[in-house]
Design a binder for this molecule. Structure first.
Ligand SMILES: Cc1ncc(COP(=O)(O)O)c(C=O)c1O
Length: 397
């Protein structure tokens, strides 16, 4: 292959040069006397991305799945009742992980393409007068279907019934790309991974915990060791870790936080919204629809594009990769072969998005889908032209 593959899976995402350079360093002593000078501000600045002042953010070596495990094993006990909705592969996998840890998960199944059923959650919570439900799980951005749920509305539902359950949010494909407000929404546990909006390689699981979650951790009896908050709290306060941290990734995280800060989080969200809107215009111009069943669920980080039954979406993904060096996301589980996914998050600008759209068009046509050549690209181009501002261009640079 003569050039780099164009990476448009919804994570891992492109790593900016500044982040790569920050990680290209000699190994360092994680017990050095000056290591805390690096770690303490890093952990403090990370809290800004989670939008929490009162909570604490832990950084574990791991991926998003490790973050899920850390969140629930630290705060819940086997047999605890948990309320969750399943509407895609990732909401499913978190439920599965909870069940394997012996939690009693009450699952509300909804159609894939829909989001968290807030009204049904509200009804269920209102009926739970004895407060048997100890935690409510929300997959903020279901990466399998390109659906963003309303976390603030789930908080309102909890508050309306004065329910004390912990609000646990999977923010793996939302935090640092889509508006997320840990304190304002009173989220108790927020899980993120390094390889999405943080524009880093995979390898860090970041977990935000509210004071209420930290209190719950004192009584929770689920087995935990590697992911124990208590060990992190004890060592992080002095700028160290309970075991060898992924120092290179932490250096990358410093550079990533600096980039997010320089662009401004709200501008980062706006950029994601604008690029996502361009993709949505392209999908409409192709005459196709999104898996997300309603605009209120449209994800600004990933679009799952439905293809007609006569075409296998996996073939489109395979052709894009083999013929054009374009990595698109396959459909997972229930939607395998029915959708292909365009990841549009992280270090990305308009012209990069147009690359993905152009390659998708070519692969769709190769797979026998009669999309008009250039139609999606043109629709996105016009959207980007109409909405271009000096600020948007500077932000994307
Ligand atoms: C929403 C969501 N949650 C959790 C995960 C699992 O994260 P990881 O693959 O980093 O373990 C993913 C991965 O793509 C995801 O998209």
């Amino acid at each position: 292959m003569s050039a780099r593959t164009a990476l448009f899976v919804p994570g891992p995402t492109n790593v900016p040069d500044a982040v790569r350079r920050a990680m290209d360093i000699p190994m360092e002593d994680h017990r050095a006397p000056d290591f805390p000078d690096f770690v303490l501000p890093l952990l403090q600045d990370l809290k800004r991305v989670f939008k929490t002042r009162s909570g604490q953010v832990f950084v574990f070596p791991g991926s998003g799945t490790g973050g899920w495990e850390a969140a629930i094993t630290n705060t819940l006990s086997p047999g605890d009742k948990v309320l969750a909705a399943r509407f895609g592969q990732f909401s499913h996998l978190w439920i599965d992980l909870c069940q394997r840890h012996g939690l009693d998960v009450e699952v509300i199944d909804v159609a894939w393409g829909e989001g968290t059923p807030v009204e049904r959650f509200a009804e269920r919570l209102a009926k739970d007068a004895s407060h048997a439900i100890k935690a409510v799980l929300v997959c903020h951005n279901e990466t399998a279907t390109g659906v963003t749920s309303d976390v603030a509305a789930v908080r309102r539902a909890l508050d309306a019934s004065e329910h004390p359950a912990l609000l646990c949010v999977d923010g793996v494909s939302s935090i640092a790309s889509i508006d997320f407000r840990m304190d304002e929404w009173a989220v108790d546990l927020a899980v993120a991974g390094s390889q999405k909006g943080f524009m880093l390689p995979a390898g860090l699981a970041m977990v935000g915990a509210s004071p209420k979650a930290l209190e719950a951790a004192k009584a929770a009896t689920s087995h935990r060791c590697y992911f124990d908050f208590a060990d992190m709290i004890r060592t992080n306060k002095d700028g160290y870790f309970p075991y060898t941290p992924a120092t290179t990734l932490l250096r990358g995280l410093r550079a990533s936080l600096d980039l997010l800060e320089a662009e401004g989080l709200e501008n980062v969200f706006a950029r994601h919204r604008r690029l996502a809107e361009g993709v949505r215009k392209a999908v409409a111009a192709w005459g196709l629809s999104l898996c997300a069943a309603h605009p209120r669920w449209h994800s600004d980080t990933v679009s799952a594009v439905c293809v007609p039954e006569s075409v296998d979406a996996n073939e489109i993904v395979g052709l894009a990769y083999r013929r054009y060096g374009l990595s698109l996301g396959v459909g997972l589980s229930k939607v395998a072969g029915k959708v292909f996914r365009i990841g549009h998050l992280g270090h990305l600008n308009e012209l990069m998005v147009l690359t993905a759209l152009a390659g998708s068009e070519m692969a769709m046509r190769d797979a026998g889908l009669a999309v008009a050549p250039g139609s999606g690209v043109a629709a996105a181009q016009e959207h980007f032209r109409e909405t271009a501002t000096p600020r948007a261009r500077a932000a994307a640079a």
